[in-house]
Write a protein that binds this ligand. Structure first.
Ligand SMILES: Cc1cc2nc3c(=O)[nH]c(=O)nc-3n(C[C@H](O)[C@H](O)[C@H](O)COP(=O)(O)OP(=O)(O)OC[C@H]3O[C@@H](n4cnc5c(N)ncnc54)[C@H](O)[C@@H]3O)c2cc1C
Length: 347
């Protein structure tokens, strides 16, 4: 039986582990924190626009386990918000254990608190991974699903410092790219102004910190759009966002709030002072990241050069998926590339 080791337990790594297991491999999934889902612990939007088709295709092709689980755990289904139709939001507060259970049911071995810090290579093949306690983990094929945020130093260098986001580097240690450790030169994403990286595009407000009227509307409809006075509009900041599909003029003219279990504010660059000038948000507080008032984490700093089968160039037994595989932004994209990488790693 082929042994596949997946590094990184975000949506991409979870999907890769699932499809590799379903294709007949023995699968080990390594995650440096205490939780699966990575940035999927704070996102929530899916099935919006073309992602609807992607989810349906994954389900039709037999790889839909996690989409079915997301559908069964939605806060809201089939609603629209600026630029996006037939969206759903899954409940970010309860999704992780459901996904973990699915993986365990397929016999996938999950090791949390396990951070890959290096690789052992022989020629063009990875022989083993070195993890944080110094142990070596061998395998036949490896899948890099470590995302593109890199270490906390990247948020210091390219962002506004550690925003204390859900990836929790100070506690769990830096995110380390397996591709980079295998001596493959990675690709860095640039914004339109030429600078590197992009800021995660949303922040979460504490539900109890916004007024009852807005909270009730969010509970009922899933979305609230609050028009902004001109002096609070920050159109020029939209270009900092990783998720350009939400960098539309409507997101400068309004505050767009979505219910994902948290209150998801679709822009990451409002100071508390400005936010509290908006009627109904006089007591608003950020819940994720804790320093949301200065932005969010920075991503797209280390993508693997790879083929269309998601094999990493220059290493015979390394595949990649999710944000590691391209400038893509989203749970759905992470999941479908994960499904492909997991399948291709075994096939
Ligand atoms: C604040 C925020 C909100 C978002 N909202 C949405 C949304 O509503 N809808 C949507 O579709 N997308 C959203 N996104 C984007 C989406 O979350 C990502 O594009 C997608 O989930 C990326 O998945 P991934 O698995 O590739 O990477 P990640 O989620 O970054 O996961 C990588 C995982 O690898 C682990 N890891 C890293 N290095 C190592 C190592 N050396 N050893 C072991 N483990 C390691 C990390 O701990 C992490 O769990 C959001 C992103 C952010 C940051």
């Amino acid at each position: 039986m082929v042994k596949v080791v997946v590094i990184g337990g975000g949506w991409a790594g979870c999907a890769a582990a699932l499809s590799a297991a379903k294709t007949g491999a023995h699968v080990l999934l390594l995650e440096r924190t205490d939780l699966l889902l990575g940035t999927g612990l704070v996102g929530g939007i899916f099935r919006n626009n073309g992602r609807y088709t992607a989810a349906e295709e994954a389900i039709a092709m037999g790889g839909g386990d996690v989409f079915v689980a997301m559908d069964a755990n939605t806060k809201h289904k089939g609603f629209s918000f600026p630029g996006h139709k037939h969206a759903s939001t899954y409940d970010v507060t309860t999704m992780e254990p459901l996904v973990k259970k699915i993986l365990q049911n397929y016999g996938i071995e999950i090791r949390t608190y396990t951070r890959v810090v290096d690789v052992v290579k022989l020629g063009k093949k990875i022989q083993a991974l070195v993890v944080n306690d110094g142990a070596e983990i061998d395998g036949d094929v490896f899948i890099d699903a470590t995302g593109t945020a890199g270490s906390m130093g990247n948020c210091l260098k390219y962002g506004n410092g550690c925003a204390m986001c859900v990836l929790r580097c100070p506690a769990f240690g830096p995110r380390v790219s397996v591709t980079a450790k295998a001596e493959v030169k990675e690709i860095m994403g640039r914004k339109a102004d030429g600078s590197f990286g992009a800021m995660s595009g949303s922040c979460k407000l504490g539900k109890d910190s916004i007024n009852k009227e807005i909270r009730d509307q969010l509970d009922r409809e899933g979305v609230v759009v609050l028009p902004l006075p001109e002096k609070l509009q920050k159109g020029s900041s939209l270009g900092k966002k990783a998720c350009t599909q939400y960098a539309l003029p409507e997101y400068a003219a309004n505050l767009v709030l979505l219910d994902t279990g948290h209150v998801k504010l679709m822009t990451p660059f409002f100071s508390i002072e400005d936010l509290r000038k908006v009627p109904g948000l006089e007591q608003a507080r950020y819940e994720d990241p804790y320093a949301g008032s200065v932005g969010n984490s920075v991503r797209y700093l280390g993508m693997a050069p790879c083929s269309s089968s998601l094999k990493v160039e220059g290493v015979e037994n390394l595949f990649c998926c999710g944000e590691k595989s391209a400038i893509l932004v989203g749970h759905t994209e992470a999941i479908v590339t994960g499904l492909l990488a997991g399948n291709n790693a075994v096939a």
